[in-house]
Write a protein that binds this ligand. Sequence first.
Ligand code: NAP
Length: 277
Amino acid sequence: MKIATYTRHDNLMEKPRMAAMMQRLHGASIETYPINAGSDIRPGTDLVLSVGGDGTFLSASKRVGEAGIPVLGVNLGRLGFLSENSPEESCEALLSGRYEIEDRTLLKTSIEGEILDAETSFWPYTLNEISVLRSGAAILGVDVSIDGNRLPTYWADGLLVATSSGSTAYSLSVGGPICTPDAKVLIVAPIAPHNLNVRPLVVPESSRIRISLKSRDDRVMFSMDNRNVLLPPSAVIEVEVAQFSLKRVRLEKSSFIKALTTKLFWGEDIRNGSEQQ
Ligand code: NAP
């Protein structure tokens, strides 16, 4: 077996728990090598080990790109929804082969208009969400069409389109619903809308979403997971589900509902504790 390791913080690989994991893998004749860019991935690689938190997992997914190599998230970060496994659990799973590979939907974005200030080369795929945000003080008007059906204009800080994987990320902060990872839906949610009567909308994954903007500022911020570009307000953004998915390694003990309770404290209520006693 050949494993590529990716981390945003090199010192994590030197932590005793990671060093012990690597030693056990090497002892079982598993070859490992570090990558920075997607082009570092060698032919015949079976898996990418993402070492860090969810942010690292998002970056690892970008490096895998369309290659279809499964990503296993080892959580040495903070929250860890995408990257949820300890080094010890990950090592056991790799040595025993007891894990599954699940497909996670990616979004594909096309932009009509000039990209003003790209931090990195534009890669149109995202695992969590895309969001469009005001870059100055002025309110943003966001027009959205879903399969050609126009919604009333949102007057807001911005708008996001999230996948089920992204439902526990930025979408959660703007009042979006939590979706189990296998739910084949997209969430369209305004960010800080200046209205009393708007709600996040859930649409099927087959939807084609077209976004256009009105702003008094000369640029808007467009975010794709943990990457940003600046666009002119005249840009038109089209979002649909990508033709390929991200292969995520899921360990046997993994439970999305358990993660909601242990990491986001869902259901934390003094009455629930007393019932269980
Ligand atoms: P970051 O700003 O350093 O961290 C964002 C936080 O979101 C981290 O705690 C991260 O978990 C968590 N996170 C990322 N993906 C998640 C997911 N699918 N489910 C649950 N939590 C998740 O940025 P980052 O780590 O590079 O992640 C980029 C993501 O941050 C974006 O895709 C967006 O969803 C989110 N974000 C949220 C807000 C907001 O809530 N107001 C604003 C901007 C961006 P770890 O601690 O495990 O890394």
